[in-house]
Design a protein around this ligand. Structure first.
Ligand SMILES: Cc1cc2nc3c(=O)[nH]c(=O)nc-3n(C[C@H](O)[C@H](O)[C@H](O)COP(=O)(O)OP(=O)(O)OC[C@H]3O[C@@H](n4cnc5c(N)ncnc54)[C@H](O)[C@@H]3O)c2cc1C
Length: 494
């Protein structure tokens, strides 16, 4: 059996990789050892950038908007119980900024992981991905031409030969371990237990507080769909003990409580020291384990890895780019994961309870979601003097950052213009001529100031919606300048 890309792992990162690859027309097989998603969700909050990626593949309408919409954050309190005394609101760091700037055409997505994964899976299948649940990869080996994996579903083991392998096999990542890729970071922090339950508690969510640090009991929060989770210390609990803990956390014993399931979570923080080895790429928790935080980094970063990798694999497999482009996956995504790791511990939000807070510059959540900087061979003009993240209005179209959002017409954002192929944003007719003969689509828009351009300037936007290069004005030879820039960034050979 042959395919272009084999994805190992059907969590959020792997399923997103299959979805984005299939959307780009790449032949992809995904194997997941479990029959379906875990009944105990983990993630629920997906930021606006992830919302944009899902919007591009036609999923935005299927998903409820995030409670984190517009960066206001989910409020949380320290309290005696859900219905009892509230001692104080425990603010997030940095404090939520009320900004007038609209950063995105979407508000992000608020949906539990066990509902999100099947939606992504169904869409990936609809677009042609071959998704094999209850199928485990047993072993793999790579050579100069590809990767051979031995997998097993219900029957006998069989081989899959792929050009590339995406290891989205979770934080323990057997693939990463076999490749001998080490990790850096805080490492193991603590282990938590959880109980997932259903109870009619919606009336306690009306004031916008959704997270409750209940003194002497644990941390209570909701998936926003009638299901709640209570995080507890790590020990065995009998069912009556769990009911007792839930009742204490709620502060009422007259409500029907249905226990759905329990969980045990290893909370750790680390980033792989390499995101690829030959034809194998790590994505999601396999590449970086980032503990839950208000930055919502965990699964979000994994989905963005998948998006970054998908267009590069599609370009190389399709013969439009040299394989050197794939080296920029590590160059771009590993610094982002490292920055997220740093920001989690620089934010004194309770996730660094196993160690010292990190003394580092804090970046606004909107800077982390919409304004991380890629410095790589697929970008021209992003030097070491620049910060690793900033707000889009501060970047003003800086190469290496996500092309900014503005409405080009009702319901259609500049962000919607990007994502398929290479786009040249310009208004001057000479740029249109300059793009002829290149696989670059020219978009004439009025918002050139947002891209930091004069009326005669142009920006080259990559298929992932990041600015690769810009010319703020019209050079003497626009065609020559564009051609040189395009051949460099599209091959990742600055
Ligand atoms: C309590 C909790 C709450 C969280 N909340 C949030 C949140 O609100 N927002 C957020 O962004 N993140 C959150 N996270 C983090 C988020 O859940 C993870 O980052 C994300 O689920 C990781 O996805 P993944 O696809 O990389 O890995 P996983 O979900 O671990 O998926 C890996 C998959 O690979 C499969 N696999 C492994 N080996 C093989 C093999 N050999 N063959 C076939 N299949 C294999 C596994 O079965 C598994 O399904 C939370 C985490 C926890 C613990």
């Amino acid at each position: 059996m042959r395919t272009s890309v084999l994805v190992v792992g059907g969590g959020l990162a792997g399923t997103s990789a299959a979805l984005f690859l299939a959307w780009r027309g790449v032949d992809v097989i995904l194997v997941e050892k479990h029959p379906g998603s875990s009944p105990h969700p983990r993630a629920v909050g997906f930021n606006g950038r992830v919302g944009e990626l899902l919007r591009a593949v036609g999923l935005e309408g299927a998903l409820p908007a995030s409670r984190m919409a517009k960066g206001f954050g989910i409020r949380r309190v320290r309290c005696a119980s859900l219905v009892g005394e509230r001692f104080e609101e425990t603010f997030w760091t940095p404090p939520a900024q009320l900004s007038d700037v609209e950063y995105s055409p979407t508000a992000g997505v608020g949906v539990a992981q066990d509902r999100m994964e099947p939606l992504l899976r169904d869409k990936a299948r609809e677009l042609g991905a071959d998704i094999r649940m209850s199928t485990r990869m047993l072993e793999f080996a790579q050579d100069d031409e590809g990767v051979t994996a031995l997998v097993q579903g219900d029957g006998e083991p069989y081989e899959i030969r792929a050009d590339y392998l995406v290891a989205a096999d979770g934080h323990r990542s057997p693939v990463r371990e076999q490749l001998g890729i080490t990790r850096t970071g805080r490492g193991y922090m603590h282990t938590s237990r959880s109980v997932l339950f259903r109870a009619p508690l919606e009336e306690y969510l009306k004031d916008g507080v959704g997270q409750f640090a209940v003194e002497g009991v644990g941390f209570l929060t909701t998936y926003g769909d009638g299901r709640w989770v209570l995080m507890l210390d790590d020990r065995e609990y009998t069912e009556p003990e769990l009911i007792d803990k839930i009742t204490q956390a709620i502060g009422r014993d007259d409500l029907p409580i249905e226990i759905i399931t329990t969980g045990r979570w290893t909370i750790s923080a680390s980033v792989a020291d390499r995101f690829s080895e030959g034809r194998i790429f790590l994505a999601g928790d396999a590449a970086h384990t980032l503990p839950p935080s208000r930055g919502g980094f965990g699964a979000n970063v994994g989905i963005e890895d998948a998006h970054n990798l998908a267009w590069k694999l599609a370009a190389v497999i399709g013969g439009e780019s040299a394989p050197s482009l794939l080296d920029t996956y590590d160059e771009e995504r590993r610094p982002v994961a490292t920055l997220c790791h740093q920001q989690i511990f620089a934010r004194n939000d309770g996730h660094n309870r196993d160690g010292e807070a990190e003394d580092a510059t804090l970046y606004d959540n909107n800077a982390m979601h919409y304004g991380v900087l890629y410095r790589s061979s697929a970008v021209l003009g992003a030097g070491p003097e620049l910060p690793p993240a900033a707000l889009p209005e501060e970047w003003n179209g800086q190469p290496g950052t996500r092309a900014p959002h503005a409405w080009v017409e009702p319901g259609r954002s500049t962000v919607d213009l990007f994502g398929r192929g290479w786009v040249l944003v310009a208004d001057h007719p000479q740029w249109q001529e300059a793009a002829e003969g290149l696989t670059v689509h020219c978009e004439r828009i009025e918002h050139l100031d947002l891209f930091g351009l004069s009326a005669k300037g142009a920006s080259l936007v990559r298929p992932d919606g990041y600015v690769a290069w810009r010319s703020t004005d019209l050079p003497d030879d626009p065609a020559g300048a564009l051609k040189a820039a395009f051949s460099s960034v599209s091959a990742g050979t600055r």
